[in-house]
Ligand binder design. Structure first.
Ligand code: SF4
Ligand code: SF4
Length: 56
């Protein structure tokens, strides 16, 4: 299962986009978005998000 990003919690810091090993994360305006077909569910972004907006 790909990760879920809580758009209400995301502060748009971009940190998650930099740690994804497969480039599944990108910024959509001021919020992060996940390409669900690319995500390999590694969990790196979950651990990186400072506001716990990403869940596995
Ligand atoms: S769980 Fe891993 S592969 Fe999926 S979006 Fe996060 S960092 Fe990328
Ligand atoms: S690390 Fe968290 S707060 Fe920062 S852009 Fe990603 S989901 Fe949003």
């Amino acid at each position: 299962m790909p990760v879920t990003i809580n758009k209400d919690t995301c502060i748009g810091c971009g940190a998650c986009c930099g740690v994804c090993p497969v480039g599944a994360l990108s910024m959509d305006g001021d919020k992060s978005t996940c390409d669900e077909s690319t995500c390999i569910d590694c969990g790196a972004c979950v651990a990186t998000c400072p506001v716990e907006a990403i869940t596995q």
